[in-house]
Design a protein around this ligand. Structure first.
Ligand code: GAL
Length: 818
């Protein structure tokens, strides 16, 4: 009897298995219900300036549709911004201008030192902020009726309010977390008419102390799914056990049923490698309650997994299918990686090996475009950071745009993902949990940061708030340690005890973290921020009038060491885990140590255009195996002939020999991570540094006195652009003399003209005190260089960008758009 029962059970089990298997193999894609994610960046209208929304209209917005949904008035004349399309005839386009997103209106302004109009040194880099409105008309086909349709804003700076067809959808404060609105009921389908979305952006208040921009500055997406679908940020993939033979893969999928009836679904999760080969398929059945969300757990494995690291950014995917009665109702893709991270009192261990983190902190902006970065520019910045030897990126001091995290996964950079505010208020926790659920599948993220340098660090209240945040973070993602970037209060109020890893923003030149390591035997430390070296590219004298700081290190804030010297601490005390240099790139705002006329920070080892400063080479020498010898200053000092001059050198060679006009000045043995300095008498000509390793000449660097500017030379980072209206060519502009040498003091005005399917979206030159407009077709060179950004249109063809400068020989770049 017992035997028969067992046999019966076994048969039932196999029947069930084959039924499930059959379901997964037979599940059909029903074109009707396929999930789509449409880019919603194009064809918006923008109105700059405040608009008074009438009271009655506001009330109507809460209650339902109204004829005149939003009546707006500017100072001078009334402007009607109907969100109701039936009144669209009264919408006056002349009061609005066409824009595509991402868009930052702040960077389009004129520099002015006037607080009363919202221009401040830190938050806006002396560009006025204020209020702006975005409006877009769009159609939704009849065939979308019955789907769930939502709009996702990746980031709006800040305090945004959204109306659709006159209905107030909601508002969102944070300028750094995404917002999402369900539009399903309010949309007009097919013949019902056009739809209008209106977004008010109020950037009068700030969140940080750097340039934050204004507007819908990240991508916008229109998402369409069945009413039965994977929830927003609805998958969580972890690899809890990893060995060379196998990685366990845990998949949690949240499925949302927005039907009024129970749904019996089959969840099929395919583990796929980077060539699209399906490695394993997991199938589960589940009943989902009406208007309910259920999390389904599945376990899979990858044999002989290819591990993720910055050097080998191997990625896998989970392809999720939700099926009902054999039809696929929804599909969803999650990228993940297999790697282990451990941070201990011995350092950071990636895949079991000590892995010193070579990182930079960065804000979001870039020359020419403020914070509205096309994806290509984020990729360009990361590429430059990888070239200097970086293996990590800190999103200071807020969550980044999600595309940046995809790039860090793909290109290989560890990420310290940072929450903006220390807050356990409802809003604060919502922002934190949004960051965690949105980002927790990225293999690049190795640690969460709860906050940066909040005033109440080291207080009992601060510790209580922090504890709530850390507990929530551990619940949402138990796989990563949690830190906070601290510059004070590390040993007070129980604040540090709440953290897995105590983040040191500067270590009082090494002493704080070394002392604390000995004093607190349970404390795990990490150097979340270092350096803050201030220098203006190509400048070798401090100039208070112009707002320039010398690269020779003549003025340096008390809290940071010289470039590269901070790395010596990491080598000496590997338990610090690594560091994040403040910063990779200069950024608008926080113009330390000066203020007006300075509008940009000087902390980067690259300027705001990505041109390297001298300090860049200190990190290249420390972080790469390439032989580096870099001497500075330049050699164009007509007024200094016969004077004493210092020559500085960053190197990773054993010794460096210096020659002036072929004559040996001397040889110095190098001390790792320390700058070499020679004193000599200045004579124009050719200064040459020769780097030796093991007695062999491995590299040289030359600075030469140049003649006057004679030509403009253009160098684009690419020759082909996609005809997608988004792609960008980054074109470096260099002023050279007759012999083709960069003139390091040149400040010629360069004018650009463009033909073909593209446009100039911005210019820059790295001068922290430049008040020239970024949105222009001309730019002065600054110490030999400037930059122009060209974006493709949506048509194929050939773009010709010409650069001219007075009597100098011009240049041209040809870009294919396809
Ligand atoms: C740090 C701070 C950064 C920046 C930097 C300048 O303390 O975290 O945001 O202000 O100082 O040195």
């Amino acid at each position: 009897m017992f035997k028969r029962l067992v046999k019966y059970c076994v048969i039932c089990f196999f029947l069930l298995l084959s039924a499930i298997k059959g379901m997964s193999q037979n599940a059909k894609q029903t074109g009707l219900s396929k999930r789509t994610k449409e880019c919603f960046d194009f064809n918006w209208h923008f109105h700059k300036g405040d608009i008074a929304i009438k009271r009655a209209v506001k009330a109507a917005g809460y209650g339902g549709l109204t004829d005149i949904n939003v009546k707006v008035e500017t100072n001078k004349e009334a402007v009607i911004a109907y969100t109701d399309v039936d009144k669209a005839s009264t919408f006056k386009p002349e009061d609005w201008r066409e824009v595509d997103l991402p868009h930052d209106w702040c960077v389009e302004g004129t520099f002015v030192n006037d607080k009363s109009i919202g221009s401040a040194p830190a938050v806006s880099g002396y560009l006025p902020g204020g209020i702006g409105f975005y409006r877009k008309e769009f159609e939704i086909p009849e065939s979308d009726k019955g789907k769930k349709i939502s709009i996702e804003f990746d980031g709006i700076f800040r305090n945004s309010t959204v109306w659709v067809n006159g209905q107030l959808m909601g508002s969102h404060q944070s300028g750094y977390t995404p917002s999402n609105y369900d539009l399903t009921d309010i949309l007009r389908y097919g013949n019902e008419g056009k739809n209008v979305i209106l977004v008010k952006v109020d950037a009068t208040e700030y969140e940080g102390w750097w340039y934050e921009g204004c507007g819908i500055y990240r991508h916008v997406w229109l998402n369409k799914t069945d009413k039965l679908h994977v929830d927003r940020f609805g998958t969580y993939v972890t690899t809890p056990v990893v060995s060379p033979d196998e990685a366990a893969v845990n998949i949690k999928t949240s499925i949302k049923n927005e039907y009024g009836a129970i749904k019996n679904i089959t969840l099929i999760s395919k583990i796929v490698d980077n060539k699209g080969v399906v490695l394993a398929t997991k199938t589960s059945t589940q009943a989902i309650e009406p208007f309910g969300t259920t999390e389904v757990s599945q376990k899979g494995a990858i044999q002989k997994p290819l591990l993720w690291s910055p050097e080998t950014p191997n990625l896998y995917k989970i392809l999720t299918e939700v099926a009902e009665n054999g039809n696929i109702i929804d599909n969803y893709e999650t990228t993940f990686g297999v790697r282990t991270i451990e941070i201990s009192r011995n350092g950071v261990f990636l895949n079991g090996k000590l892995y010193p983190v070579k990182g930079t902190c960065n804000h979001q902006d870039f020359a020419g475009i403020g914070v509205a970065l096309p994806d290509k520019i984020n990729e360009y910045k990361l590429k430059l950071l990888k070239e200097v030897g970086c293996n990590a990126y800190r999103c200071s001091h807020h969550p980044p745009t999600p595309e940046l995290l995809d790039m860090c996964d793909r290109m290989g950079l560890l990420v310290l993902d940072e929450n903006r505010m220390l807050s356990s208020s409802e809003e604060g926790i919502k922002d934190l949990t949004t960051m965690l659920s949105r980002d927790r599948n990225h293999p690049s993220i190795f640690m969460w940061s709860m906050e940066n340098e909040e005033w109440i660090q080291g207080t009992v209240t601060g510790a209580r708030i922090l504890k709530t945040m850390v507990d929530i973070t551990h619940k949402i993602d138990p796989t990563r340690p949690v830190t906070a970037a601290m510059n004070h209060g590390r040993n007070e109020g129980g604040y540090s005890d709440v953290l897995d890893v105590v983040g040191y923003n500067y270590g009082d030149k090494g002493l704080a973290y070394v002392k604390d390591h000995e004093k607190y035997p349970n404390r795990i430390e990490f150097c979340t921020e270092a350096t803050s070296f201030i220098s203006t590219r190509g400048e070798y004298q401090n100039d208070w009038g112009k707002g320039y700081v010398s690269n020779l290190g003549l003025w340096q804030p008390g809290w940071g060491p010289l470039p590269g010297e901070d790395w010596a601490d990491i080598v000496k005390y590997p338990y610090l885990g690594g560091l994040f240099v403040w910063t990779g790139f200069d950024y608008r705002g926080e113009p330390t140590p000066y203020q007006w006329p300075c509008v940009t920070s000087h902390f980067g080892f690259m300027d705001i255009c990505g041109f390297p400063k001298d300090g860049y080479y200190a990190y290249k020498a420390a972080w790469t195996n390439e032989p580096v010898v870099h001497i500075f200053p330049h050699w164009n000092w007509p007024g200094k002939v016969g004077d004493s001059i210092q020559v500085h050198c960053y190197t990773n060679c054993d010794e460096v020999e210096l020659l002036l006009n072929g004559k040996r000045i001397g040889t110095q043995k190098a001390i790792p991570y320390t700058k070499l300095i020679w004193k000599l008498i200045y004579k124009p000509g050719k200064l040459e540094a020769r780097g030796y390793k093991g007695g062999k000449l491995v590299t040289t660097d030359i600075v030469e006195t140049t003649s006057d500017p004679a030509q403009v030379a253009l160098k684009s980072d690419c020759s082909v652009l996609k005809a997608d209206g988004c792609d960008v060519a980054v074109i470096r502009v260099v002023i050279k003399d007759k012999q083709g040498r960069v003139v390091p003091v040149a400040d010629n005005l360069v004018t650009f003209s463009i033909d073909g399917p593209g446009r100039i979206i911005g210019t820059g030159n790295g001068n922290p005190s430049s008040h020239e407009p970024d949105k222009a077709s001309q730019r002065m060179a600054f110490n030999g260089y400037c930059l122009v950004l060209v974006q493709s249109n949506k048509q194929a063809g050939e773009i010709r960008l010409k650069a001219a400068s007075g009597t100098l020989k011009g240049d041209e770049v040809v870009l294919k758009v396809q």
